[in-house]
Design a protein around this ligand. Structure first.
Ligand SMILES: [Zn+2]
Length: 209
């Protein structure tokens, strides 16, 4: 699904969306569930991007439905794989995920990816602006590109509604609220969540301010 001239939601990942931004440094936002890489690569080619042209893969957070195909896609494309420092121990399997996510981590086997760079050190060199949005996880990041917010699991959409990701999957509610408020001060027209369809911002963010 094309959202704007150079931004796509990858239809093959609709259960946990990965997004593709073209431009001089093509960037993939999130990698969906394990086993999604072949479909993602095929969809990239259909859009007109050869896998070897992908420059960056950025992860919004450590959940298995976002980092699932990171290792395979890094191998297949040679792109630089990015994550936040605070989510790194979970991504690398050095720390167990809390609560119900522990169950997900046992049920869904994720090949551990090699992380090349962190936002904390070098995020300023990315073609998207990194917005730290802790709450859902300690190191959750959203990304701004022109008038689009890539929200990860900061919010989900359903119909014409926007909501925070479910409470029981939230690491810290107070921190999440502060992130939602802070993002509300930024300019963007589109909200692209991992779960639910891309949606126009309109007045929808006012509930979080
Ligand atoms: Zn998710």
């Amino acid at each position: 699904m094309q959202i704007t001239s150079d931004v796509y939601a990858l239809d093959s990942t609709a259960r946990s969306y990965a997004y593709l931004v073209l431009g001089p440094e093509p960037t993939l936002i999130d990698t969906s569930l394990p086993g999604s890489s072949a479909k993602i690569l095929e969809e990239m080619r259909e859009i007109g991007l050869e896998p070897s042209q992908l420059k960056h893969i950025v992860l919004t957070h450590h959940d298995v439905d976002h980092i699932g195909s990171a290792s395979a896609l890094r191998d297949a494309t040679g792109a630089t794989l990015w994550a936040s420092q605070l989510d790194l121990p979970y991504i690398l399997g050095e720390r167990r995920r809390p609560g119900v996510k522990r169950l997900a981590e046992m049920l869904v086997k994720v090949p551990t990816p090699m992380i090349d760079k962190t936002y904390d050190d070098e995020g300023g060199s990315l073609p998207l602006e990194v917005i730290p949005t802790p709450g859902h996880t300690p190191g959750h990041a959203a990304f701004l590109y022109r008038d689009i917010l890539f929200a990860g699991d900061l919010v989900t959409s359903k119909g014409m509604m926007l909501r925070p990701a479910p409470n029981m999957l939230t690491w810290d509610h107070t921190v999440l609220k502060a992130s939602l408020r802070a993002v509300g001060t930024r300019q963007f027209e589109w909200v692209c969540p991992a779960h639910g369809q891309p949606i126009r911002r309109g007045q929808l963010w006012n509930q979080f301010v």
